[in-house]
Design a protein around this ligand. Sequence first.
Ligand SMILES: C[S@@+](CC[C@H](N)C(=O)[O-])C[C@H]1O[C@@H](n2cnc3c(N)ncnc32)[C@H](O)[C@@H]1O
Length: 368
Amino acid sequence: MASTQDALYRRIDLDLSWSERDLPERERTKHVHRLHPYLGKFIPQLVEALLERHVPRGRVLDPFAGSGTTLVQALESGYDACGADVAAFNCLLMRVKTGEYNPFVLESELRDALGRLEAFDGKRPDGTVSRFVRDWYAPQAAAELLFFRGLVEDYEHADVLRIVLARAARSARRTTHFDLDFPRTPQREPYWCHKHKRECRPVGEARRFLRRYALDTLARVREFARVRARGREASVMHGDARELDFGGRFDGVVTSPPYPGLIDYHEQHRYAYELLALEDCGALELGKGASQAALRGYVEGIAAVLVNVRRHLRSGAPVVIVINDRRELYPEILSLAGLRLEERYRRHVNRRTGRRAGEYFEDVLVAR
Ligand SMILES: C[S@@+](CC[C@H](N)C(=O)[O-])C[C@H]1O[C@@H](n2cnc3c(N)ncnc32)[C@H](O)[C@@H]1O
């Protein structure tokens, strides 16, 4: 006969393992969650369920906040939140997602920038163009992106325009349609496209992406403004979560740390670092490499983050960690951090994209 504990696990599994039909992609990427692609995020419905179950109220912390899923959902669910990330682009994205805007000013700024882009004659930029831009963009796409970049500073909501620029810069790269995540070399010639089952050509311009994404951003920011709880705030901190002072006390943590050797979180947005001249703190990013030494560094690094996090928690506050710990590193990490595992449950992850399809599970660890 199954124990009470097993029965509890099964119930939780059922709750958190949504199928495509239960939870279609447009729900998982609703409003600002889709302002910019980000590989390796969790879904807002998972955060919503975990907050509801484990953090009754108050302030939520995510020390590995990434694209800001925890922050956005916390605001929607009526919590204050703080998110930290070592990658400058992720912090920019989070600030834009969680910012509050005067909708009229935002709309008039985006439309004004689009009007100026429309009138742009396509002239090559003055001065030198970086090697990255020359390699990864067709001349027309490069001219349009650099022109738009030159406008950004003129506006109060410059960061929103920066995100539009980054998203367009991602789409306008000389890549194949099926390798947008980590393209290795620029694709300059027509190619056989596995995704569309026909010959495709690399992109030659950026204007249409800038336009499409500016309008999409406006709609998504407005949609989020309608559902976020009034009077709740999110703060974003850029830095190494081993050392940051997160400010004040928190009622719970909901986070998904990086995992060894899986995703380089700076590299996936290389175009944004190049175009926006953002500070690269890649050397401080945890989870790079999977050698024995790298794994040791990972265990100690994540434990150090959790020790730092504990200093900022109210007594008894839960630390909820979402991870696929296939190397079983987390028992040691939690013990080094002085945390005790209270619950561990498994959820089935519904993966949409063809190249990453296949069964995938992750664990939710609840520790104190
Ligand atoms: C799995 S992702 C988090 C994704 C997030 N849950 C979301 O939905 O967008 C892990 C994040 O940890 C960040 N990170 C890695 N090392 C870090 C460090 N030392 N301090 C703070 N953040 C770090 C990475 O930049 C990455 O964005």
